[in-house]
Write a protein that binds this ligand. Structure first.
Ligand code: NAD
Length: 307
């Protein structure tokens, strides 16, 4: 197909202003414009956060996220729609967010922030604060996110192991386990960090059995997708002291419902699915879109093609 008109769907607004990406892509040999649901049918391709059935009439969808669990892959294939994603850009952002969570727990900053709201001068117990060098973390999923986390934590002196399907070594990880040794891998570390895509295989990968296998003084971090975790089982483990705490960016239901007990837990840090936010986000996505527009013009295979 030929790319004559590329829409930037208004749903990207949750992450960056659509007009910024339009301006960034003005050098493309195609018309680029912000579109809402009514403007889709004039386009050949769309850059988007949300999925719409109207996209089935297009030739190409580019998702501004790495995860594509919200797109109906079989239906897209049946309609000959190409889907590309934004995997590969979130290593540093997620790495720094995860390092921040770990530093908050280690240096007790979440307590200080909570105390400050109450104008309360309250120091940690003598044995609550610790430092990261020598601490151990297991990162489950060794793709872009996992590697970014390993690199950032490695620089802070954390010993990082990984879990992936094959168990083959990955640069930046001190040791890598195959998925069938998950419980063993997460059983003896102070931090477990989840960075796998949500698939049939990873749905509720972290259940009561997994939390049971973890140390009682371990922290659990999820920056992947909410449904990789059985959330009621996580809440049980936190409430019963089977885990020390958790840092969560993603949830089974988003926004996290007001009545969720997670909101009220002292040792839980909650961020609203924004661990990868950066003011450079539109540029990072724009580079992938430009690369694919070039490849299309040259008759080459798309970069980051999912369908
Ligand atoms: P990626 O494609 O670079 O890496 C994914 C890795 O997971 C690959 O190495 C793949 O082989 C591996 N994998 C797939 N199935 C697996 C399984 N069953 N067990 C173990 N490993 C498996 O993607 P990424 O950029 O690292 O993103 C990973 C996921 O993180 C995304 O799918 C998305 O859901 C989530 N994510 C969340 C945020 C956020 O804002 N919190 C941002 C980016 C990505």
């Amino acid at each position: 197909f030929e790319l004559e008109r590329l829409g930037v769907h208004e749903s990207v607004e949750a992450v960056f202003p659509p007009a910024e990406l339009v301006t960034y892509l003005t050098d493309l040999p195609a018309e680029v414009a912000v579109v809402d649901d009514d403007g889709i049918d004039d386009c050949d391709g769309v850059v988007t956060l949300a999925y719409r059935e109207a996209f089935l009439e297009l030739d190409w969808i580019h998702s501004i996220q790495a995860g594509y669990d919200r797109f109906p892959l079989d239906v897209l294939e049946d309609h000959d729609v190409i889907l590309t994603n934004s995997a590969g850009i979130h290593d540093r952002t997620i790495g720094e967010t995860v390092a921040s969570y770990l530093l908050m727990f280690a240096r007790r900053l979440h307590d200080h922030v909570a105390n400050q709201q109450e104008r309360r001068w309250d120091r940690p117990e003598w044995d609550e604060a610790f430092t990261l060098p020598g601490a151990t973390a297991c990162v489950v999923g060794t793709g872009t996110l996992g590697s970014g986390v390993a690199e950032t934590l490695g620089a802070l002196g954390v010993r990082v192991t990984g879990v992936r399907r094959s168990g083959d070594p990955v640069p930046g990880f001190d040791e890598v386990y195959a998925t069938d040794r998950l419980l063993e891998a997460i059983g003896d570390v102070e931090f477990v960090i989840v960075t796998v895509p949500l698939t049939d295989e990873t749905h509720h990968l972290f259940d009561a059995e997994a939390f049971d296998a973890m140390r009682d003084d371990a922290y659990f971090v999820n920056v992947a997708r909410g449904s990789v975790v059985d959330e009621p089982a996580l809440i049980d483990a936190l409430e019963s002291g089977e885990l020390a705490g958790a840092a969560l960016d993603v949830f089974e239901e988003e926004p996290l419902p007001e009545e969720s007990p997670l909101w009220g837990m002292d040792e839980v840090i909650i961020s609203p699915h924004c661990a990868a936010y950066t003011r450079d986000y539109f540029r990072d996505v724009g580079e992938i879109v430009r690369e694919n527009a070039d490849r299309l013009a040259d008759g080459e295979e798309f970069y980051n093609r999912v369908v």
